[in-house]
Design a protein around this ligand. Structure first.
Ligand code: S3P
Length: 435
């Protein structure tokens, strides 16, 4: 079973062929939000399909440290007895959010809004990521937060002060910023509105009503009235499209392959990958669409075939932002050039994903030109394979494993422990999907 585990990471054989039917773990973005709101609710919530990756388990653990009673931590089915209105208590230790940008940014908004003293920190990657984007609006609401890292970086020490609602125009389209401010607004006096230059993922706007909180949808954002009570909720988290993406691209790259990923979230603010694959010439069907907890869910069926190069920018890039690494792999084997633009944000993700992917693509023999806000990938039918370093970035590690589909030799991926942040069991599932 572990024949792909080498001394220094994964050794994925070239010529990988995936097929069949599979399920992927719960959506990461929705799992973070479900744990937070269940922890704030007045009563007992039941969550199924929770992502048991390190990032989201850290968020549930943080809610427990803030006073919620969490049963089943580390399993996909959790019961959370929330603290109710003004019920959070200062934790006895720092909240360690590990590698999770979403975890630290959303929770900082929560604790600032609820007036709780606490210090939030994370791993070296997280402590190097920009926090000014949330500190600016939170401080404008009256929050007192010391950023102890250089230049507004974590650790973040929050001191309890009452917050007032604001009308905030974010300079970037970021769901983490929008959600941080809305969650802070839940505990602030008056109304809090967030406007953004392009529409980012809307999971917070969808999940708040499931927990009994009214949200006003605006043409360019959302608004919330402070002081609302959070009600408990029974919720099933759909499969993560960002995790399904690795398998969908593997199938799309394989002539004659058919793969179904069942029960995946298809929120339109997240489906840029499907649009990109279709534009590249892949056949992707969305079957049996239904709604769970305010989120559309469906089965996705991909049939493999020849892909062609496309341009990915603007709002399509925003809707496919986390899928850049796996789309860059698809581009390596497409006929012609694929141009990624408007993606400068990728330089401040879990790694500098533009630089990391350019290096990884070159390491397997691919042809890529790095640009400040993206890259141009010149496709080839096959590449030789080689050794790559994930740089501690889960999405780089998984994407490069998939690149083996069209490599003549193996792809060796170093530094794969990071995959457990978002997709525990990825390698096992990949082996299963290859029969
Ligand atoms: C996320 C928002 C996005 C995304 C991240 C998850 C979220 O980040 O890249 O993986 O759950 O709100 P930004 O808000 O920084 O764009």
């Amino acid at each position: 079973m572990n024949s792909w585990l080498g001394d220094s990471g994964w050794e994925v054989p070239g010529g990988l062929r995936v097929g069949g039917r599979l399920r992927v773990p719960g959506d990461k973005s929705i799992s973070h939000r479900a744990a937070i709101l269940a922890g704030l609710a007045a009563g007992r919530s039941h969550i199924r399909g929770f992502l048991t990756g390190e990032d989201t388990v850290n968020t549930a653990r943080a809610m427990a440290a803030l006073g919620a009673q969490v049963t089943g931590l580390g399993s996909p089915e959790m019961e959370i007895e929330g603290v109710g209105a003004a019920g959070l208590t200062a934790p006895s230790h720092d909240l360690d959010m590990g590698n999770a940008g979403t975890g630290i940014r959303l929770l900082t908004g929560v604790v600032a809004g609820q007036g709780v003293a606490c210090r939030l920190t994370g791993d070296a990657s997280l402590c190097s990521r920009p926090m000014g984007r949330i500190l600016t609006p939170l401080r404008a609401m009256g929050a007192q937060i010391d950023a102890e890292g250089d230049g507004d970086r974590a650790p973040l020490a929050v001191r309890p002060t009452p917050l007032s609602g604001i009308d905030y125009h974010s300079p970037i389209a970021s769901a983490q910023v929008k959600s941080c401010v809305l969650l802070a607004g839940l505990g602030a006096s008056g109304r809090t509105a967030v406007h953004e230059p392009a529409r980012s993922r809307d999971h917070t706007e969808r999940i708040l009503p499931a927990f009994g909180v009214d949200v006003e949808l605006l043409a360019d954002g959302a608004a919330i009235d402070g002081g609302q009570t959070v009600a408990p909720c029974d919720l099933t988290v759909p499969g993560d499209l960002s995790s399904a993406a690795f398998f969908l691209v593997a199938a799309a790259l394989t002539e004659g392959a058919t793969l179904t990923v069942a029960g995946v979230g298809v929120n339109p603010t997240r489906t840029g990958l499907i649009d990109c694959l279709r534009a590249m010439g892949a056949r992707v069907e969305v079957v049996g669409e239904r709604e769970e907890g305010g989120e559309p869910t469906a089965d996705l069926v991909v049939t493999g075939g020849g892909l062609g190069g496309i341009e990915i920018g603007g709002e399509l890039m925003v809707r496919a932002i986390d899928e850049f690494p796996i789309l860059a792999v698809a581009a390596c084997f497409a006929d012609g050039d694929t141009v990624f633009r408007d993606a400068a944000e990728l330089r401040v993700k879990e790694s500098d994903r533009i630089a990391a992917m350019a290096a990884a693509i070159r390491a397997i023999g691919g042809d890529v030109e790095e640009r400040p806000d993206g890259m141009v990938v010149r496709g080839r039918p096959l590449l030789p394979g080689g050794r790559i370093d994930s740089l501690g970035d889960h999405r780089i590690a998984m994407s490069m494993a998939i690149a083996a589909s069209r490599c003549t030799g193996p792809v060796v991926v170093h530094d794969t422990a990071c995959v457990d942040t978002s997709f525990p069991g990825f390698l096992r599932l990949l082996q299963k999907a290859t029969g």
